[in-house]
Write a protein that binds this ligand. Structure first.
Ligand SMILES: Cc1cc2nc3c(=O)[nH]c(=O)nc-3n(C[C@H](O)[C@H](O)[C@H](O)COP(=O)(O)OP(=O)(O)OC[C@H]3O[C@@H](n4cnc5c(N)ncnc54)[C@H](O)[C@@H]3O)c2cc1C
Length: 399
């Protein structure tokens, strides 16, 4: 039986320090630091490893398996449901495992280590006219490993999809220490390439998917942004992608060593319609009509945030230019593509549609790129703006 391991376990710390090159943080202050993340939860870890290399991370992972200690992979730690706190050996990728490993401009693919931050990746891709389009609000902190872990989605996911739609393959390690390249597998009759263990795993998954097909069809909600639970519904298609089972599994199925991503071309032209509504519920009713115009983003901002942003000197000028009067809520509706006239035409259609919905004159049309960016920055700073609320009562962000 494995010996009980408590937070700060000296024997485990000594072994890790002996066998890996990265930082081994088992002291009380570090454990305190890593017992929190962006959620409201707090759990003290056994200890923390900050690997310097992929080999380091794998060595720490394998030592934890041998010692019977749970492993918790951590990127930016910005998840909101307590996913990156736990009584485990935390492996923090965000510091050193942040490299682009391979890039193919023609094929529009990139391979990255799990700790690459989204903004850094997109800064690397921008000169090539490409981007990774799962644009989470926390793009300055969120890592690709963490985004895959929780199947992140962004403002533009109605057009580009979530992580699960943009991850091509994952090189991952299972709890028994075996490492496989999880990727697309051919239809039922097709031969699966790879080591015996992987081929067996695919067979098992196929059998489960076939056995439970009816249940999956019946129970899994058909939503555009479904990020809760395992992506079992993605396994019924033929062919299917084994990596898609790992996306959204919160590190419970495997540890992602590196990730292969599909990229999208950066759209050349964008227009933004700021739709004003007298009540929150009317703003909530409108998107089902608006999406018929095929926007790439529809985002809601309510009265509280508009008011706080107006009161904030950093955002006031932008808000005054984009928001007129005293709406209860606004929707930011973005159109994007390579044809400028097409985006302008769609913006005009949005104006007409809002008139038909009973809100004539309810759209502020923004074609200036800089102003569009400024307004998206206000939306992105949402939580910070909410936290600027004056007085003792502060909003608590939780799920
Ligand atoms: C203000 C605010 C705004 C947000 N806005 C959005 C938003 O617009 N869209 C959205 O989807 N989310 C949003 N989030 C949630 C969160 O920021 C994002 O989901 C973000 O992409 C998570 O990235 P991360 O690097 O912080 O992941 P982490 O929180 O560090 O990890 C996420 C999960 O992935 C697992 N994981 C990490 N690395 C690995 C690995 N190598 N192998 C296996 N598993 C791994 C972790 O164990 C965890 O379960 C928001 C959060 C805040 C606080």
């Amino acid at each position: 039986m494995a010996r009980p391991i408590t937070p700060g376990d000296p024997a485990l710390a000594t072994r890790l320090k002996r066998e890996i090159r990265g930082e081994v943080l088992f002291d009380a202050a570090s454990r305190g630091r890593y017992s929190t993340d962006a959620s409201i939860y707090q759990i003290e870890p056994v200890g923390v490893v900050v690997p310097q290399t992929e080999d380091d991370a794998l060595a720490a992972f394998r030592i934890a398996i041998e010692e019977g200690v749970p492993v918790l992979a951590r990127g930016g730690g910005t998840s909101q449901c307590g996913q990156t706190v736990g009584a485990a050996l935390v492996i923090d990728h965000s510091r050193h495992l942040d490299q682009v490993v391979a890039f193919d401009r023609e094929a529009r693919t990139v391979t990255v280590q799990p700790g690459v931050v989204l903004d850094q990746l997109n800064a690397y891709l921008r000169p090539h006219g490409l981007w990774y389009p799962v644009d989470v609000s926390t793009s300055a902190q969120a890592t690709i490993g963490g985004m895959a872990g929780n199947n992140s989605c962004g403002s533009r996911s109605i057009h580009y999809g979530n992580m699960v739609h943009n991850v091509r393959a994952i090189d991952a390690v299972l709890a028994d220490g075996s490492e496989y390249a999880f990727g697309e597998v051919p239809g039922d009759g097709g031969r699966v390439a790879g080591p015996t263990g992987y081929v067996e795993l695919v067979k098992k998954i196929r059998a489960i998917a076939a056995r439970e097909a009816e249940e999956i069809e019946h129970r899994v909600p058909k939503l555009l942004r479904r990020v809760g639970g395992y992506n079992l519904d993605m396994l019924s298609g033929e062919p299917f992608n084994m990596a898609h089972l790992l996306v959204g599994s919160e590190g419970t199925l495997a540890y992602s060593r590196c990730l292969h991503l599909n990229l999208s071309p950066l759209p050349k032209h964008k227009t933004l319609g700021v739709c004003h509504f007298p009540t929150f519920f009317k703003a909530m009713e409108a998107p089902r009509h608006i999406v018929k115009l095929a926007p790439v983003a529809v985002e809601l901002v309510d009265r509280t945030m508009i008011g706080l942003a107006r009161g904030n000197p950093a955002f006031r000028a932008t808000v005054e230019r984009c928001i007129k009067g005293d709406p209860d809520a606004i929707l930011l509706v973005e159109f994007a593509g390579d044809d400028r006239d097409e985006q302008l035409r769609k913006l005009r259609q949005l104006v007409e549609l809002m008139g038909e919905l009973g809100f004539p004159g309810g759209v502020v049309e923004i074609t200036d790129n800089a102003l569009q960016r400024d307004l998206w920055d206000v939306r992105k700073a949402g939580l910070n703006i909410m936290m600027s609320m004056k007085g003792d009562g502060k909003p608590v962000s939780f799920i």
